[in-house]
Design a protein around this ligand. Structure first.
Ligand SMILES: [Ca+2]
Length: 405
């Protein structure tokens, strides 16, 4: 896209980059006359950090995919709260495989009073492994963890290797509380199983909406024979959940196959229009057409099939012709973001960047820009901190703080 440029801001940018390069781990980048970003490395050397959540006391909780849940308290102390051996509360059933493990983390909206933490994790408690949403209680000093309750224990997990990839693929895993309705939204994936996204009796390929006990939210608008916890269906592998700062509307940010990563505004009962099952006359390995074609015409299986599902949820944005591993997303809130306030920040894995989308009143994207000057990393988690800064977890093992200056 075109960006306003002139010699002076470009020169200032170069000077700032040169200045901060001498300051060690911090860099500061100007977007050619737009908002500026100052980056600080908060933590480094982590093992696949997957998600973050902040408490109002300054504590940062984070997950590592193959180790579990951790906290970094306001004095900088790091504790392993939940997961593998050595954690304050060990979970014998926890394991990591492929894309799955300890993924999303969210704090109860009333965390300051009830101390409840929620995580999304792979579990082998039963013969058929599943993904679960687990609720924990952490004391005020972050020393004890208790009261494990598995509020959702039946999110499908890909059991074994197939032509399409390893066990544990396409689990979704982001969890977020809506600041508007107070419910917990849970993103799940299609497990490389063709019939899962359109199957309203099972929880894969969906966005779920439940209360803190795992019960279906009121108003989920699913047919009587469907699972009442389902908020939207027909998804491939939702990796990001965000809530519009003015309307509260939930948005899903989703991996495409070889094409069409999508950002989709959601509505109760909505169908995302992904159906990787073979249509009559078509055959696909393991009955999964997610990387090929589900239709006799040979068109790639669409991320949003408006021919078959004319009422499907319309994506706000997609990167037609490519998939770059869209991951997390969050709206930038607060006047300190200047002209970036209200934009949707979207992180990419293979694409290794963060884009900012501008939405119109109908939630459609009118402009996308890249935050310039950030290191090229797989962006795994984006969260706004209580200080209004944007925190980023990368597959490279770092957690960054980005502030507008
Ligand atoms: Ca879709």
């Amino acid at each position: 896209m075109k960006r306003k440029t002139s010699a002076l801001p470009m020169l200032l940018t170069l000077l700032l980059v040169a200045f901060y390069a001498h300051c060690g781990r911090e860099t500061s980048i100007a977007d050619a006359g737009e908002s500026r970003i100052h980056r600080t490395v908060i933590m480094s050397g982590l093992s696949n950090p997957w998600d973050l959540a902040f408490a109002s006391d300054g504590a940062m909780l984070f997950t590592e995919k193959c180790r579990g849940l951790f906290v970094r308290t306001s004095d900088g102390t790091v504790r392993h709260l939940f997961g593998n051996r050595g954690a304050t509360l060990e979970a014998d059933d926890f394991f990591c495989r492929g894309q799955s493990g300890m993924l999303g983390v969210a704090l109860d909206p009333a965390f300051a009073e009830n101390r409840r933490v929620f995580v999304f994790m792979a579990s082998q408690a039963n013969r058929v492994r599943t993904n679960r949403v687990v609720r924990l209680t952490v004391d005020e000093t972050y020393v004890t963890v208790s009261d494990r309750m598995d509020i959702i224990d039946d999110i499908p997990f890909k059991q074994s290797f197939s032509r399409w990839g390893r066990a544990g693929a396409h689990s979704g895993g982001r969890i977020r509380f809506s600041p508007t309705d107070g419910y917990l939204y849970v993103a799940t994936g299609d497990n490389h199983e063709g019939r899962l996204p359109q199957d309203l009796s099972r929880l894969g390929g969906k966005v779920l909406r439940v209360d803190g006990d795992g019960r279906a939210a009121a108003g989920n608008a699913i047919p009587a024979d469907g699972d009442p916890r389902i908020f939207t269906h027909g998804h491939r592998n939702v990796q990001g959940l965000a809530f519009h700062p003015e309307t509260g509307r939930p948005f899903a940010c989703e991996h495409g196959p070889a094409h069409d990563d999508e950002v989709t505004p959601l509505s109760p009962g909505g169908n995302g229009g992904w159906d990787p099952a073979p249509l009559p006359g078509v055959s696909c390995w393991h009955d999964y057409c997610g990387y090929t074609s589900n239709n006799p015409e040979g068109r790639p299986t669409p991320m949003t099939d408006l021919n078959r599902f004319p009422d499907a949820l319309q994506p706000s944005w997609n990167n037609r012709g490519d998939s770059e591993g869209m991951g997390p997303c969050v709206f930038l809130e607060g006047p300190h973001w200047q002209d970036w306030e209200g934009r949707l920040a979207v992180g990419f894995l293979r694409g290794a960047r963060i884009e900012l989308l501008t939405l119109d009143a109908a939630d459609m994207t009118t402009e996308a820009i890249v935050i310039p000057g950030l290191p090229s990393q797989r962006m795994r988690s984006l969260v706004l901190g209580p200080d209004g800064a944007l925190y980023v977890a990368t597959d490279g093992g770092g957690i960054w703080r980005l502030e507008s200056i």
